[in-house]
Ligand binder design. Structure first.
Ligand code: AMP
Length: 270
């Protein structure tokens, strides 16, 4: 496994590499990341994993500071997985040029997390654009846990490059909670509380099959969840998988949620 610390290392290492799979991460690796890496290893000749906690996608400085980091453990996991390359650049390597045209999300895309985390996806698109330009992968593996992220990356940067973005399914713990680096900031009892919210949503999704008053049902569910699980629900909405438009039809759609447990913001889609 080659550890690449800067853009020079990267350029040298990738010179003769064909069919490269790229798994972008912010580290603090878990089984969700590992599933992406395994998929890349099956589908590509070589696999590169990046570990970069991107400051520009945090709309809150404290959140950036608190974000769990564990490079030593991450490198051990990646070595055991026999990953070919790990790219762990400093911020100055990635942000080594100023953009002429600012990245802007269209008004109609400012829904779900784009509505509540101002500047977040602009930061995600910016870093993915920079990383893709540097790495020039053939395939990029991304998790459906961050469904809106994949949707926007496909929409805003996919056309610019010749790579393919591969959707990977969400990996959950034994209680149905989606794995997330942020889960490491929560105690066992908080994680259990979060998992109960997800279980409730799975039941709700089955129940609303032939119902039409979806907004009312969702608003009512928010009240129930907040009362029962001492949570604050930021949004709970049903939207289509294709273009994230609000819908009343359960077919080809997902329920999206963002909620706070003990001050930690979690997202999921079911
Ligand atoms: P992150 O390190 O949180 O920025 O995530 C890096 C990549 O891993 C993103 O494409 C995420 O969508 C994906 N990912 C995170 N959690 C999971 C999960 N539980 N299952 C599948 N993919 C995930």
């Amino acid at each position: 496994m080659k550890i690449l610390l800067n853009n020079n290392d990267l350029n040298k290492a990738l010179i003769r590499v064909h069919n490269l799979g790229f798994v972008p991460t912010m580290g603090s690796l878990h089984k969700g990341h590992i599933s992406l890496i395994k998929k890349s290893k099956i589908n590509c000749n070589k696999t590169l994993v990046s570990i970069f906690v991107n400051p520009s996608q945090f709309n809150n400085k404290l959140d950036f500071k608190k974000y769990p980091r564990n490079k030593k453990k991450d490198l051990k996991i990646l070595k055991e997985l026999k990953v070919d390359f790990v790219f762990t650049p400093k911020t100055s390597q990635i942000y080594n040029f100023k953009r002429k045209i600012k990245i802007k999300i269209r008004e109609k895309d400012k829904v779900l997390c784009a509505k509540f985390r101002k500047g977040h996806f602009e930061g995600v698109i910016d870093v993915m654009d920079r990383l893709t330009k540097l790495i020039k992968p053939n395939k990029i593996f991304m998790g459906e846990k961050d469904y809106q992220q994949i949707y926007l990356i496909k929409k805003y940067i996919d056309k610019k490059y010749r790579n393919k973005i591969i959707n990977c399914k969400t990996i959950r713990d034994k209680n149905q909670l989606a794995l997330s680096s942020r889960n490491k900031l929560l105690k066992k009892k908080d994680l259990l509380r979060a998992s109960k919210i997800i279980k409730n949503l799975k039941i709700l999704k089955k129940k609303i099959k032939n119902k039409t008053n979806i907004v009312k049902i969702m608003n009512n569910e928010i009240k129930i969840l907040e009362k029962t699980y001492q949570t604050k629900v930021e949004y709970l909405e049903m939207r289509t998988k294709k273009n994230l438009k609000k819908t009343k039809k359960i077919n080809n759609s997902k329920i999206f949620i963002a909620f706070y447990i003990n001050g930690i913001r979690l997202i999921d889609n079911i």
